[in-house]
Each structure stands twice: as C-alpha cells, then as structure tokens.
Design a protein around this ligand. Structure first.
Ligand code: SF4
Length: 347
C-alpha cells in the first residue's frame, strides 16, 4: 500500500468526526446523507438527515411519500430537483431492485439523481467497491498533494484527479479511503490556512514542499451570473391567499410561490394589471422592500405587492386559493420563504 494511502487511513481512523450516517453501512443512509451534504455543510446537513430518517426510516417509506412532504422536509436546501429525484430514485429501488440498493457503481448510476460522485460514495462505503469519489475536498487535496495546476473546473483537471485517486485507493478499505480524503479536505487541508503541521501526508505533499499550497487548486473561470427580477402579487381574499404551483420544468418545479405581474409597471399600473388579471376590484395594501436571493448562476430580486380583493378572484393557470394559516405548510423556494411573514402578519 502507498505510504500516502496508509497514512490517510490511520489518520482517518483516529480523527474522523462522529456523524450519524457513519454508524452504519446501510446504503439508504449513505445515499441520503451524500445527497443532502451536496447541498449544505455538515452541521446543518445533520439536522436534515435526521429529519429525513425519522420521517422515512426505510427506502419503502420514501418511495411511497407524497412529493410535497419530501419537498417540505428539503425546504431551505435549494436545488429542489434533488429532492424530487430522491423520491423517484427510492421508487426505482423498490420497483426495479426489490427494495435493495444495487450493489455496483454502474447500477447505482442508473438511479435518478445519482451521479458519479454519489454512486462512488455508496459503492465504496456500503459495498467495498474500489471506485474513487471526486468532490471539492478531493480536488483540493489531490491538487495540493501533486502540486497540480490543471484547472479543476475543466475536464483535464477532473481526469487527472480521478487517475490519482485510482492509483491511491486500496481494494481493502475503499470506503474509508474515500472518506479519509474528503475528511482531510474538510478539516485539515482547508481552502484557506490549511493545517499542514497536523497533516498526515505532509511528507508526501508537493505543494507543501514548494510552499504553493494557497495557490492551489486552480480554477479556469466562473460561470456568468444573470439577473432575474420578479414582481409577485399576494392576493388576499378574506382569510385566504392565492398561491401558484410551479408545474413547469425548472429548479422550482413542484414548489409554490405567488402569481406574477409584469416588471415594467409603476404601483398604479400594478394595481390595474392585478384588477384585470384577477377580474375583481382590489386595494393595494403594501409594496414590500426588495427580496434578493443568489443562486450559483442567477441573482433573483423580487418585490411583493399585497392586494386585498373585494371578491373571490379569478384564478390564473396553476393558481389556487388556500387559508392564510396554511401558507407555511406548503413547500416553497427559499426566496419565497423569506417573504411569508408579510402574509402571516396579516392574520
Ligand atoms: Fe493540504 Fe498541507 Fe496536507 Fe498538503 S500538507 S495535503 S497542503 S494540509
């Protein structure tokens, strides 16, 4: 076994953090934790993981869950397609594999929402298959260990990292090795101020020897961020509010928000537009200050106009009227969650 591999395994055994999904090699638990941890840090992810396990103790429970219940538990993590895929993948496991997770990397890749990273994590940890994982922590550790300046956001950087991991991963403990590299990246080989003096592979690390640790890893360039402006109409009728289900394909599919107005109008224009859209006389009660939300490729800003309707409004496509008190039970994007107090304060 390579010295680097041996040192990493010994270090991991002594230093690994106690995390709930590390208590078993149940592929269902590993899969849930990996999907959740792609979205958030370990401390916040742990709470989500425990809630999911408690609500859906087995893959059968998740497979038969309502999509809305899954989205609600996922709320706040973003990338809601991942939550929808969780449920669909659970259904595939139940229907195509009799409720047993497939035991190979290649078969795991056939599950909805399971990409190379997740398949490698499950295959290596639950089934001892020596396939390397590659995530942000692994990119950083390998770039520094090998003093590689190949950009990690380009195919050549990914290929190089995979090859290095392949040459290091042992057949005896592939799961522990993958977790050791990721753990080292998370707690020692950090993006800023890596703790090289307490690193088990310092003697093998080429970046440390050349004093270039903080220059690595290299990235070629960032994705362009585009702006999206939204004007939401919160239409209140008695103690009810109009909501919209996002049925179209996209990052918010299956979540709820509110009907939209066009962006060009001033406040009087908005009132007239709303009266014509919902076919009732309205009063404009309030215009909110702007809410903003940043996604990886998009900066969203949203203004909210609160209207009281004199009569039950006409419902545009995908809209429905619900009790105001039920608003917080719906799965909503993070941006919309921020604006819910505006409506709840009207109760
Ligand atoms: Fe990272 Fe420093 Fe360890 Fe190299 S010696 S792997 S830079 S923590």
């Amino acid at each position: 076994m390579e010295k680097t591999t041996e040192n990493l395994l010994i270090w991991y055994e002594k230093n690994k953090r106690n995390l709930p999904w590390r208590e078993s090699i149940n592929p269902y638990h590993i899969w849930l934790s990996e999907i959740i941890l792609q979205q958030t840090r370990v401390d916040q992810g742990t709470a989500y993981y425990l809630r999911f396990i408690s609500a859906f103790p087995t893959v059968f429970d998740l497979a038969k869950a309502d999509e809305e219940a899954v989205l609600k538990l996922w709320q706040g993590l973003g990338y809601y397609s991942r939550a929808r895929n969780l449920r669909l993948a659970a259904q595939m496991v139940v229907e195509n594999f009799n409720g047993q997770f497939p035991a190979s990397y290649e078969q795991l890749l056939t599950l909805k929402g399971v990409g190379p990273y997740t398949a490698a994590a499950i295959a290596s940890i639950a089934f001892n298959e020596p396939v390397p994982v590659v995530d942000g922590n692994v990119f950083r550790v390998i770039s520094r260990l090998m003093a590689s300046e190949l950009p990690i956001d380009r195919p050549a950087g990914l290929k190089f990292t995979r090859e290095q991991m392949h040459s290091l991963i042992p057949t005896s403990e592939p799961g522990n090795f993958n977790q050791a590299v990721m753990e080292l990246g998370a707690v020692v080989c950090k993006p800023v101020n890596p703790d090289c003096n307490n690193c088990p592979i310092q003697a093998q690390c080429l970046a440390h020897a050349s004093k270039i640790t903080t220059n690595l890893p290299v990235k070629a360039g960032k994705q362009k961020v585009t702006a999206l402006n939204i004007r939401y109409a919160m239409v209140i009728f008695k103690d009810q509010i109009m909501v919209r289900l996002r049925s179209e394909k996209g990052i918010w599919q299956g979540l709820y928000d509110f009907p939209e107005l066009t962006f060009e109008q001033d406040e009087i224009g908005c009132l007239h537009e709303a009266e014509s859209l919902f076919a009732t006389k309205m009063t404009l009660v309030k215009r909110s200050s702007t809410f903003t939300h940043l996604l990886s490729h998009r900066r969203i800003s949203a203004d909210v106009f609160i209207f009281y309707a004199e009569q039950l409004p006409i419902l545009p496509k995908d809209c429905q009227v619900i009790a105001l008190s039920a608003l917080t039970t719906l799965p909503v994007p993070r941006l919309v969650e921020k604006m819910l107090p505006l409506a709840m304060n009207l109760l």
